[in-house]
Ligand binder design. Structure first.
Ligand code: SF4
Length: 336
């Protein structure tokens, strides 16, 4: 598989009046052609800042890229000028957001908004652009596309607006689609339809997807690899099966226990929450960022940042429990 995106040791900070917020710290991962990679974590974990960095959509200032590289086809995005980024956005990387109502232009018909990208990036106009836009509306399964083409976003339902956003994001055949919490604002049935649609489109047009979510339940069926972020750092990274069934990090265990599952044994049907609050990123802890909330925390955890231990084939966990001298702790998540 061809590697199309490489994020290497990314460091992103926000410069605020109160000081520096170290939102993303030493984050590295790769994205391969046709693959879906999920970035999972709770609010403030750094997942959305990481995703927006790939498109350089974070406002600069207050955002400052302190270090690292984001290589798209071998070229560093962080060295690009705004004009070059405008060409990359839409043509190489498309993005869909949580709430399509705030991303779609309420004063422009949906058809025109789909054609806009074609005009800007591919110089396709008029009848030809309209044909392609209608094809996209059909592809994202919007019923009666000829009529819907001339309608405004407020005339679409929530699910249809998200479909329209996907059509806009994919109209120029980008190599990468970044989906930032794309189903959070939708009800469960529509959520499943949108995820199925993304999977179906990926098979058809071979786009690679980065799926950002706080909900591990959403990614089980949608992603091949999962990156788990906490306190601005990657705490675990592996295939979907490794994360779901062979996880080696207490934070991932906490996330797994907080989603409804039929495939694991549980003594009761209660969903657990992770007690406590995420670390203060104005002055991140020098040891493990999860130490204050972790029931397995040891003395070393507060003193030294755990390295990324390779715990399986391409499976990494930043937890001292994986050290050969650490006490043996069993994964509490058991298959049914
Ligand atoms: Fe818990 Fe220590 Fe592992 Fe951090 S390094 S997750 S505090 S056991």
């Amino acid at each position: 598989m061809k590697k199309i995106l490489e994020v290497k040791n990314l460091e992103v900070s926000f410069d605020t009046y109160a000081g520096e917020v170290q939102a993303v710290r030493d984050v590295s991962f790769d994205l391969y052609e046709g693959q879906t990679l999920a970035i999972v974590g709770e609010s403030g974990s750094g997942k959305s800042v990481t995703a927006k960095s790939i498109m350089r959509l974070n406002p600069e200032p207050p955002v400052r890229y302190k270090g690292g590289q984001i290589l798209l086809n071998g070229e560093n995005i962080l060295e690009k000028k705004e004009k070059e980024m405008q060409k990359i956005r839409g043509s190489h990387i498309g993005m869909i957001f949580q709430d399509p109502m705030t991303s779609l232009n309420p004063t422009m018909t949906v058809g025109k908004q789909i054609m806009e990208g074609l005009k800007k990036h591919q110089k396709v106009k008029g009848k030809e652009a309209k044909e392609i836009a209608l094809k996209m509306l059909r592809m994202v399964q919007i019923p009666n596309p000829e009529k819907r083409f001339n309608e405004y976003p407020h005339q679409f339902s929530g699910g249809m607006r998200q479909r329209a956003m996907i059509a806009i994001a994919l109209v120029c055949n980008p190599q990468i689609l970044i989906a930032d919490e794309p189903t959070t604002a939708l009800d469960v049935t529509i959520q499943a339809q949108i995820l199925d649609l993304m999977k179906d489109l990926q098979n058809k047009i071979k786009t690679s997807i980065i799926l950002i979510t706080h909900d591990l339940g959403v990614v089980a069926d949608a992603a091949q690899r999962i990156v788990v972020m906490y306190g601005g750092k990657i705490v675990e990274h592996g295939t979907t099966d490794q994360i779901f069934y062979e996880s080696r990090h207490p934070y991932t265990w906490g996330l797994l226990k907080s989603v409804p599952r039929l495939d694991i044994k549980k003594e009761n049907s209660r969903l657990d929450s992770i007690e406590g609050t995420p670390p203060d990123l104005f002055s991140p802890p020098k040891g493990c960022p999860f130490a204050d909330r972790c029931e397995y925390a040891m003395e070393i955890c507060k003193k030294r940042m755990p390295p990324q231990f390779e715990v399986g084939k391409n499976h990494y966990s930043a937890c001292w429990l994986n050290h050969e001298q650490a006490p043996k702790v069993e994964n509490p998540i058991k298959r049914a």
